[in-house]
Ligand binder design. Structure first.
Ligand SMILES: [Zn+2]
Length: 245
């Protein structure tokens, strides 16, 4: 498996940046996880957008979704130029319904709703979904392939129960939206770097990738905060970062 960071900032991108998006490549399949602002411009350095095999959207907030509507146009062009024949499989939560309905696009997309009950299995890959603590239905994703496990935490507040999702994942991708001192008094469905590191310890994650970073915050401060708590391999997201498992 190879995971490439295509976007990691939120709620808006820095110059030449992008809000969340990740390319997962496994057995020649290309899976796009989230599709925020600026993600397509990064994806296109690696593959044609109409060559994707699967798109997974953790939730329907704009920072994870906005470039999806441009991807629809890429599929339209791919079809018109006969570069892609079959519809693109897209999995997303079915709420908020008004946004879910907008994901469908002619017959270019095969739209499926994500639930906890149903996992996605093909080839030797299995992806299961778990609700997180967030303002709208938002799903973490457990990705299993060839004995390796990636847990993508999506957006998640402090009430998220990580322990039911995975134990000792090889890679835990966790949001770190704040420095701990800047956490809002009322939790708003996001974590500090310290909380991300504590969550990683709780599930004994073998490595941790901090993401969903505020573009005006120095990432090294977030890394330092997490390092005080989490002692194993720690990455901070940056554009084009590749992690092979
Ligand atoms: Zn977000």
């Amino acid at each position: 498996m190879r995971l490439t960071v295509l976007g990691y900032q939120s709620p808006f991108p820095a110059a030449d940046g992008a809000t969340p998006g990740y390319l997962l490549e496994v057995e020649g399949k290309r899976i796009l996880i989230d599709c925020g602002s600026g993600v397509l411009a990064q994806l296109i350095k690696r593959c044609k957008p109409y060559d994707l095999d699967l798109v997974l959207l953790s939730h329907l907030h704009h920072d994870h979704l906005s470039d999806f509507f441009i991807l629809q146009y890429a599929l339209l062009m791919g079809k018109q130029q006969q570069k892609r024949i079959k519809p693109l499989s897209v999995w997303a939560p079915s709420e908020p319904k008004s946004w879910f309905q907008k994901l469908a696009y002619r017959d270019y997309i095969q739209l499926e709703s994500i639930t906890e009950e149903e996992s996605l299995e093909f080839d030797n890959l299995k992806i299961s979904f778990f609700l997180t603590d967030h303002g709208i239905p938002c799903y973490a994703m457990k990705i299993e392939y060839d004995g390796k496990v990636i847990l993508y935490g999506a957006d998640a507040g402090p009430q998220t129960d990580w322990t039911r999702m995975a134990s000792e994942p090889d890679l835990f991708i966790c949001e770190a939206s704040f420095l701990h001192q800047d956490l809002p008094i009322q939790p708003i469905g996001h974590l500090s770097a310290r909380q991300a590191a504590l969550a990683a310890n709780q599930i004994k994650a073998k490595s941790l990738l901090l993401t969903h970073l505020y573009p005006e915050l120095d990432p090294s401060l977030l890394k330092q905060e997490a390092e005080q708590v989490y002692r194993r391999e720690l990455w901070i997201a940056e554009m084009g970062l590749e992690i092979k498992l």
